[in-house]
Design a protein around this ligand. Structure first.
Ligand SMILES: Cc1cc2nc3c(=O)[nH]c(=O)nc-3n(C[C@H](O)[C@H](O)[C@H](O)COP(=O)(O)O)c2cc1C
Length: 177
């Protein structure tokens, strides 16, 4: 049996992964950032090849991860998770700073951030797994609770687009049962 809904029981955190390309910056919601090695500290992120952020990371070989707090409003998640930076400037009127890699770090709705330098890119069907060394990381708001993917789905009643690494077609999955 392959009941894909069981995959909702895996835990993830909600982040904005951002990067740069020459003078431009962009970022998108990603729930598949995870630490893979303790020493040196390394992370991986699974990014869809159709996302503009993928193009930026491929070009610059750097990315930042802003870990979202539970307070992040749905309008903020829609802005970064359901629209492409190809159509508009997602960082316009958003409070951010450029990190030491040049990638933008969100200052509102963010618990902590990290910056990373890509060491390896692994093609996985529709996505690329970017493997990277952490070159900087800092707490921004220690008292705020990070938003988990379960919180986003169950409490905020948030949806997930097809481009996401953890997208599940519920209708197709239920028909199979
Ligand atoms: C809850 C949620 C989780 C997401 N997780 C991922 C992910 O892990 N990887 C990914 O490539 N896209 C993910 N996305 C989708 C991107 O954020 C979305 O395709 C975005 O519009 C891409 O923007 P861009 O083209 O400006 O990079 C997720 C979106 C949401 C709302």
């Amino acid at each position: 049996m392959v009941d894909l809904e069981s995959l909702f029981k895996l835990s993830y955190g909600m982040c904005v992964v951002s990067s740069k390309k020459k003078d431009s910056i962009n970022g998108c919601i990603v729930n598949t950032v995870f630490q893979i090695v303790p020493e040196p500290p390394m992370v991986a992120a699974s990014i869809n090849r159709n996302c503009l952020t993928h193009d930026y990371i491929t070009e610059s070989k750097v990315f930042a991860v802003s870990v979202l707090s539970q307070q992040a409003p749905m309008s903020f998640i829609r802005r970064f998770g359901f629209r492409s930076g190809g159509d508009f400037d997602k960082f316009r009127k958003v409070n951010y700073k450029l990190g030491q890699t040049g990638a933008p770090i969100l200052l509102d709705n963010t618990v902590a951030f990290l910056e990373a330098q890509v060491t390896e890119s692994v093609d996985v069907v529709t996505h690329t797994l970017f493997i990277a060394n952490i070159v900087a990381c800092q707490m921004l708001n220690e008292s705020a609770e990070p938003m988990t993917y379960a919180y986003y789905r169950d409490i905020k009643q948030g949806k997930t687009p097809k481009t996401a690494a953890t997208y599940i077609n519920l209708e197709k999955n239920r028909k199979k049962e």
